[in-house]
Design a protein around this ligand. Structure first.
Ligand code: ADP
Length: 185
């Protein structure tokens, strides 16, 4: 747990579907129609209502309900959380590393802003883009921690932002990023 001026950052090794934070963030894809990894786990645990809510959102001509780097919020079905913030991280491509970094930053910022807009005092994030989307975990952890910790240095407050890491190695990398983080960057 690292206390900052307007909320704390916490790391846990666990499953995002078990979190009783006001919101959980889903590492979704642009269709919002469900997928593998954390997305599949969230849809299975939430029950069919979650997919129905997602499919009600407007889609563009390419079947996208959420663009890369953006978020959409729904209720959370049977999950303990009240809201699911569906966040579409970038698929990592090292030729466009800078753009991927910017998109991963943006998606974390927009997820935090959406949590505030929905009155959430607590929110849990998975390690967005670090699975099927192949974002290098050390860079992803530094970006995620920097965006969240910086956000919690200024109002509005979110009492608790929890990163839920699925594997010990991911937990260790996030722990190092959080330990190393300083307001100066
Ligand atoms: P992406 O497509 O954004 O890479 P993935 O779901 O493939 O999304 O992976 C994102 C991260 O979520 C990975 O680090 C993976 O280990 C982790 N993960 C998978 N299932 C869960 C879960 N139930 N709770 C928390 N994290 C999970």
């Amino acid at each position: 747990m690292r206390p900052l001026k307007h909320g704390s950052v916490e790391l846990v090794l666990g499953n995002i579907v078990d979190q009783d934070t006001d919101a959980i963030v889903n590492a979704a894809n642009t269709s919002l129609a469900g997928g593998g990894g954390v997305d599949g786990a969230i849809h299975r645990a939430a029950g069919p209502t979650l997919k129905q809510l997602c499919l009600k959102l407007p889609e563009d001509e390419r079947g996208r309900r959420c663009q890369t780097g953006h978020v959409q919020v729904t209720a959370a079905g049977n999950l303990p959380a009240k809201f699911v913030i569906h966040a579409v991280g970038p698929f990592y491509n090292e030729r466009y590393a800078k753009k991927c970094h910017a998109q991963l930053r943006q998606v974390h910022t927009l997820a935090l802003q959406a949590a505030v807009q929905h009155g959430c005092g607590s929110v849990a994030f998975p390690a967005i883009s670090t699975g099927a989307y192949r974002f290098p975990i050390v860079d992803a952890a530094r970006i995620a921690v920097d965006v969240v910790a910086s956000f919690l240095q200024t109002p509005p407050a979110i009492s608790l932002v929890r990163f839920v890491l699925f594997k010990q190695r991911q937990y260790d990398v996030f722990a190092e990023a959080l330990e190393d983080w300083s307001p100066a960057g």
